[in-house]
Design a protein around this ligand. Structure first.
Ligand code: GLN
Length: 202
């Protein structure tokens, strides 16, 4: 029997604890990642929701941005939710001028895309690869995916209302991202999918 994957949660800022609980629930070993040593010890990384501008600033000032990019380039699986999706995007619209990302996902994301009236909302979305039951998706000042390159697999879109068709879940190889926060609902199917990506990558 192989040991469970050790999945790190980038713990600079954001809802770290919620991701730790979800990852533990799906049978992963979990570790907070705050340093180069932490990063070198994990098989994969979750980048939590929070505030991408702050996360970017802290990653730069802690000297972690370039090592994060290097880890991603050398094949570390990564999953980003909300601010984490922004951190994994190659291009960000409405970014702060000094905002940098880890990148790797050939997508353009728009920060705070859903506008003021619907700062936060919840809706059910069918997600490719997690079974037929829709995922209850919680959006909090969420980004959306404005455009995606040919290598990007669209896993989910908003299904109803003015924003129907908007891309909110994507995968590209070992990188996974959602605009919403599956770590907040108790439905662990997205984390299960990520843990499976990690297991297969080993
Ligand atoms: N609006 C935030 C940002 O730009 C993301 C919000 C979230 O992660 N809930 O980083």
């Amino acid at each position: 029997m192989t040991s469970p994957p050790l999945i790190g949660v980038l713990a600079l800022q954001g809802d770290v604890r919620e991701h730790e609980s979800a990852l533990s629930a799906v049978g992963a070993e979990v570790k907070r990642v705050r340093s180069l040593v932490d990063l070198a010890s994990v098989d994969a990384l979750v980048i939590p929701g929070g505030e991408s501008t702050t996360m970017s600033k802290l990653a730069l000032s802690d000297g972690l941005m370039e090592p994060l990019r290097e880890a991603r380039r050398s094949g570390m699986p990564m999953y980003g939710s909300c601010a984490g999706m922004i951190m994994l995007a190659d291009r960000v619209t409405d970014a702060r001028p000094d905002q940098e990302t880890i990148g790797g996902l050939d997508i353009t994301v728009r920060r705070n895309a859903f506008g003021r009236q619907v700062d936060s909302f919840e809706t059910d979305i069918g997600i490719v690869g997690v079974g037929n039951d829709p995922v209850h998706a919680v959006f909090i000042r969420a980004p959306w995916v404005e455009s995606a390159g040919p290598e990007v697999e669209v896993l989910g879109t908003i299904e109803n209302g003015d924003d129907a068709g908007t891309i909110v879940a994507v995968r590209q190889g070992l990188l996974l991202a959602t605009s919403f926060h599956p770590e907040l609902t108790g439905d662990h199917r997205i984390h299960t999918m990520f843990a499976e990506i990690v297991r297969r990558s080993r």
